[in-house]
Design a protein around this ligand. Structure first.
Ligand code: GUN
Ligand code: ZN
Length: 489
């Protein structure tokens, strides 16, 4: 049944895939960014979006439905003609207006029919976007309504149109998981994670990741996941690593209108810039001072173009990183740009088991870039591997095994953050890691966890040569591990 989404490569929880959209007769490469087009307020003409790299866009069918101006042309000529866009078009349903104004004057079935009639390629039922921090009863009640709407959408004759099955659940990861499991069971096609905009607006990236991780637990691998309303390029890599495949950006245009300039490290304000730190055509041809002199429409258009260029540039960078196996290095780099992004990355690493499930066994060299690297899935996997090896009965662990060549015991290297390196494995991923000379305590603590794992899953007598190990790491070593001071130092 679900053959419209094919996965091609993984890195951590991130995936490269192809979403086939039958009604548009196109295949969209994921991770994909869908620019939001407001038919009344086209900052950049949709016909030009393909120049930036857009294969798909999203627009709001409820806005079209309620508009005397565009409703008839949309019904008559179709959405692709109306917007002059030949790629795939996803439509939203008015749920956002429902959340904002408390009601909408259309039923679930009416708006689904309308989406089908105007030629939408991916339609959306009317889900209830329950805000973060709502009490549990409200969340459960509204999830039930959403689920009824999804069931109705699954029974609806959508023809070739794919149908979204939005996942709600506010800030309760277990409810997100349940909502996802129920949404997946409908057999619908694409799975947007909803009501995330208020979290993202408040920079609550840790909770965003916990909600995404919850939803991912309830979905099958073959489910394309859309992070509804996520348009800031700063967080794309993080969300992709958590397993999101589709993004939509209204930010490129909304931010441009009040002079905000997107970068992969955050948002800057045109009024405060002297130089453009970007290689796009807009930033190469103009200075901030020139843009400030322009009239509002011209400036907004150029800023929106820049915002789109950086957003699509980051998507390409992410796709390349998945191919090369260094997506987590990219996430780690982005996490350094803002403390709230660091929260997001740390939250992601708390779901290391989920990441490990799809993380490839071998990639290019692992780069240790900060203390967070010590908690990456590769370290976890090495520790699991240690639980399965049979070490020699007497084992000496030393950072420089050659210095102990004459020892009675067998000698293995010990390498933070991985821990014991069984003979013969030192040239295999991830033990070929590039590490800084000056390691932090977190790397030693991760290595101590590896040693403890080996000690607890074998009968070996293990001795660690603890040359310079920090107390915080030695404290978590299993009691059965002996310690030997470094010899000759
Ligand atoms: N756009 C941003 N968030 C949401 C959501 O939760 N539901 C729908 N339908 N659209 C959205
Ligand atoms: Zn630029």
């Amino acid at each position: 049944m679900r053959d419209h989404f094919e996965l091609q490569a993984y890195d951590a929880g991130g995936r490269l895939g192809e979403l086939t959209v039958p009604r548009a007769d196109v295949t969209v490469e994921t991770p994909a960014l869908l620019p939001v087009v407001n038919p009344h307020h086209e900052t950049i003409e949709p016909g030009r979006l393909e120049e930036f790299g857009a294969e798909m866009l999203i627009t709001n069918s409820y806005v079209i439905y309620g508009s005397d101006e565009v409703r008839e042309p949309a019904l008559e000529d179709g959405l692709h003609e109306l917007l002059d866009f030949s790629g795939a078009i996803m439509t939203d349903s008015g749920s956002f207006q429902l959340a904002e104004y408390g009601e909408i004057d259309v039923t679930n079935t009416e708006i689904l029919e309308f989406q089908r009639e105007i030629g939408s390629d991916v339609g959306t039922p009317v889900d209830i976007p329950t805000p973060p921090d709502a009490d549990r009863e409200q969340v459960e009640r509204e999830m039930e309504t959403t689920q009824h709407r999804l069931d109705a959408a699954a029974d609806f004759d959508a023809g070739e149109m794919l149908v979204n099955a939005p996942i709600q659940g506010a800030t309760y990861p277990d409810l997100r998981e349940q909502a996802a499991r129920d949404a997946y069971a409908t057999g619908l096609d694409v799975f947007p994670i909803g009501a995330m905009v208020p979290l993202m607006n408040d920079y609550r990236y840790g909770e965003m990741i916990d909600a995404v991780a919850g939803a991912k637990r309830g979905l099958g691998e073959d489910a394309p996941v859309h992070l509804f309303g996520a348009g800031h390029p700063m967080m794309f890599a993080l969300a992709v690593a958590a397993g999101c495949d589709l993004f939509d950006s209204a930010a490129y245009a909304l931010y441009a209108r009040d002079g905000r300039y997107l970068t992969v490290r955050g948002t800057e304000h045109l009024d405060e810039m002297e130089y453009f730190p970007c290689e796009c055509p807009v930033c190469s041809a103009h200075t901030p001072a020139e843009l400030r002199e322009m009239d509002d429409d011209e400036r907004t258009k150029l800023l929106a173009e820049h915002n789109l260029h950086v957003s699509f540039g980051e998507m390409r960078r992410i796709k390349g990183a998945i191919r090369q196996g260094n997506l987590l290095e990219l996430v780690e780099t982005r996490a350094r740009a803002h403390p709230t992004m660091l929260d997001g990355y740390r939250a992601l690493l708390e779901h290391v088991d989920q990441l490990e499930a799809t993380d490839p066994a071998s990639k290019d060299a692992f780069f240790y870039l900060s203390g967070e690297s010590a908690d990456r899935p590769e370290v976890r996997r090495h520790h699991e591997r240690l639980a399965r090896v049979s070490p020699p009965a007497e084992l000496l662990l030393a950072s420089d095994p050659d210095a102990h060549a004459g020892a009675d015991a067998a000698v293995w290297a010990v390498e933070p953050p991985f821990g014991p390196v069984p003979r013969g494995l030192d040239q295999t991923y991830p033990l070929t890691a590039e590490l800084p000379e000056r390691l932090d305590d977190r790397a030693y603590r991760a290595a101590a966890r590896g040693i403890t794992r080996l000690a607890e899953t074998s009968d070996a007598d293990i001795t660690l040569v603890d040359d310079g190990w920090p107390a915080s790491a030695l404290d978590i070593l299993a009691d059965s591990v002996d310690r030997s001071p470094a010899s000759g130092e």
